[in-house]
Write a protein of this length. Sequence first.
Length: 47
Amino acid sequence: MDAHRLIQPGGVSIDGDIIKDEKLMVALDKERMIKVGKRRFLRVGKI
């Protein structure tokens, strides 16, 4: 899927905050929950 199409209408959130900036840099200093659409979730963090 094209990331631009998902981010523009607010279909992507990180830790519950809706992402509007396509070039957002996110620090992985702690575990993050990324939600794409209604049903896709991804938990990321450093090992």
